[in-house]
Ligand binder design. Structure first.
Ligand SMILES: Cc1ncc(COP(=O)(O)O)c(C=O)c1O
Length: 366
């Protein structure tokens, strides 16, 4: 069997969830959209269900997958509904629903849900406080709130917004967004949900006034990766959940001056032992990772050599005489941080995890 695989440590996932709750002092929706950032949404939700206040996904298809697997906890649809006829399913499966646009307010006003409503809707009303992606304009926010309550179809409204630059710890934009949010929600007595992972980890000073009834929405931190470029004290307490590993399937002894891999992007400078690993960009390892990207061979630091192929990549065994056929290679995980590999490859750990495919996910710590 091909030795490429991703080990998923559910104990670490629970540790990270607890850290999110501890440092935020709020309720926490575990963000498990995009198949739990590649970690397997059903298994991750099952591992957290005993303690999570709820889950967040991107769309109803992802929510129904969790419901079909028996997850009964609250599930929030982060983009709400895309078409009005999803409202019947939202009601039937008791999903919580973001409303981020006026057309969605109108759709709720017009839609005929069961009468009397078995489960009135739980709406998270999203404000565009400055990210300018989705969310209601501040000038429309209070009117939308009142219109939703007036429908009689809504049990509860949570006031919500999203930060664009909370991962930049010296950037004033989050503070500005918070001020826009506070202004827009003046006089509305409702629970609040603002913080993603970087805001939970990096901006405690902005949320001194927050209530225990407020909600945070941690995603990447649950999976143990930092959202920040550099080191950060609270992020250092995260435990990586995924270890991407494989084995060496071939060894080459090359003299100096020999090219390695497609495009001859690496040429040996001295006699070099090169190990070939069963892992490539078709598994989600980034093709743009350059020579020198760190990895471990049998627990020893080593580096990537040359271009990553579809199914294989090459590593330097020059300083590892004991390593050879069958040696275990950690591409990222507990020792080689995904954020470090991502940064070398010009991307972010979010994308590394979401790009994972073909490799089996093997779980521990249930
Ligand atoms: C609305 C919303 N909340 C929370 C999150 C989680 O963000 P993070 O993974 O940075 O914690 C996302 C992720 O994209 C999101 O779109």
């Amino acid at each position: 069997m091909r030795p490429a695989r991703a080990l998923i440590d559910l104990q670490a996932l629970r540790h990270n969830y607890r850290l999110a709750r501890e440092v935020s002092r709020a309720k926490a929706l575990a963000v498990v959209k995009a198949d739990a950032y590649g970690h397997g949404a059903v298994r991750c939700a099952q591992a957290l269900e005993g303690e999570a206040d709820g889950f967040a996904v991107a769309c109803i298809e992802e929510a129904l997958q969790l419901r079909e697997a028996g997850i009964r906890a609250p599930i929030l649809l982060l983009e709400g509904f895309f078409e009005a006829d999803e409202l019947a399913l939202i009601e039937q499966h008791e999903l919580w629903c973001v409303v981020h646009a006026l057309w969605q307010v109108e759709a709720i006003e017009r839609t005929q849900l069961r009468k009397p409503l078995r489960t009135p809707l739980n709406i998270w009303l999203k404000l565009d406080s400055g990210m300018h992606r989705v969310g209601l304009h501040p000038a429309d926010y209070q009117a939308a709130y009142r219109r939703l309550l007036a429908t009689g179809k809504v049990a509860k409204i949570v006031l919500m917004s999203h930060f664009a630059r909370a991962d930049e710890l010296d950037c004033p934009r989050s503070e500005e967004q918070l001020a826009v949010f506070e202004q827009a929600r003046q006089g509305l007595a409702a629970e609040v949900s603002l913080r993603n992972s970087p805001a939970v980890l990096g901006w405690p000073q902005l949320f001194k006034q927050q209530q225990a009834s407020d909600w945070v929405r941690p995603g990447i931190m649950l999976y143990g990766a930092t959202p920040f470029e550099g080191e950060q004290a609270v992020a250092a307490r995260l435990q990586p959940v995924m270890t991407l590993e494989s084995k060496i399937i071939s060894v080459r002894e090359l003299p100096a001056g020999e090219p390695v891999g497609y495009g001859a992007r690496f040429v040996t400078e001295r006699p070099t032992r090169v190990g070939v690993v069963a892992m490539g960009y078709a598994d989600g390892y980034p093709r743009h990772a350059p020579t020198g990207t760190p990895l471990l061979v049998d627990g020893q630091p080593s580096r990537l050599l040359g271009r990553v192929s579809m199914d294989m990549l090459c590593v330097d065994l020059g300083d590892l005489p004991a390593a050879g056929l069958g040696s275990r290679v950690e591409l990222w995980g507990k020792n080689v941080l995904a954020s470090e590999v991502a940064s070398r490859a010009g991307t972010i750990p979010y994308q590394l995890f979401c790009n994972l495919r073909r490799v089996p996910l093997l779980y521990s710590g249930d």
